[in-house]
Design a protein around this ligand. Structure first.
Ligand SMILES: [Zn+2]
Length: 224
């Protein structure tokens, strides 16, 4: 009697494991243009640790619901940054790891570099956005068939820096500026971004990046 009960309990617990594994398995990709759905996923340990890191760094943020927009475009474990010490335009959904590295880069690299190399404090950063459901642009046809890091809210395009003295330094106007301090500032912050992010693409990479730094939180080790 006890033995058969034990077998039943064991069978039940194995069945629970199996269904748990199925729940965690990657859902099949929904077609592009599908109705966006909110995903009912448990918050991963990695994302929880990232939220704690943001709080520790005194970054204000709000977690965003996990959403699937179809066609491989998904926002999972993302946040809306509310205050990282310096206003940044056009920041919407960012995966938490990207938001954490971006906040650290701004605080520990961009702000001090502006102060030391340009002699004025940074008052605003301009971005061209974060999440966008689209493919990679401006590369070979085979490569361009791939979804961009923006399609998973894992990339941000940074385009300009406004200083307290009124100057506005853009990637487009500053990369080859006659002022060597401006050129050096932009290359310094690119180099520091390359130490913090897996992919950094600048005007040196290709023509489509003439006006922004594409910064992506992957592990590609690609810095141009
Ligand atoms: Zn980009």
């Amino acid at each position: 009697m006890f033995r058969s009960l034990a077998v039943v309990l064991l069978t039940l617990s194995l069945a629970a494991c199996a269904s748990g594994d199925r729940r965690n398995a990657q859902a099949p990709q929904r077609p592009a243009g599908a109705r966006p759905i909110t995903l009912d996923l448990p918050t991963s340990r990695e994302t929880k640790a990232c939220f704690a890191d943001l709080s520790r760094a005194e970054v204000r943020y709000s977690p965003l619901p996990d959403r699937d927009f179809g066609g491989g475009c998904q926002i999972v474990g993302a946040v809306q940054l509310l205050d990282i010490g310096i206003p940044v335009t056009n920041l919407r959904a960012m995966r938490c790891g990207l938001a954490r590295s971006f906040s650290g880069w701004v605080e520990h690299a961009v702000v001090p570099a502006a102060h030391q190399m340009l002699g004025s404090d940074l008052v605003r950063i301009e971005s061209m956005g974060t999440y966008a459901c689209r493919n990679v642009v401006g590369t070979s046809a085979a490569y361009a068939a791939r979804r961009s890091g923006h399609a998973t809210a894992n990339a941000v395009d940074v385009s300009g820096f406004v200083l307290q003295d009124g100057r506005r330094i853009t990637i487009q106007g500053g990369w080859n500026n006659p002022d060597p301090n401006i050129r050096a500032f932009l290359r310094t912050i690119r180099a520091s971004a390359c130490r913090r992010f897996g992919t950094v693409l600048s005007p040196d990479y290709n023509a489509v990046h003439y006006n922004h730094l594409h910064i992506e939180d992957d592990r590609a080790g690609f810095c141009r």
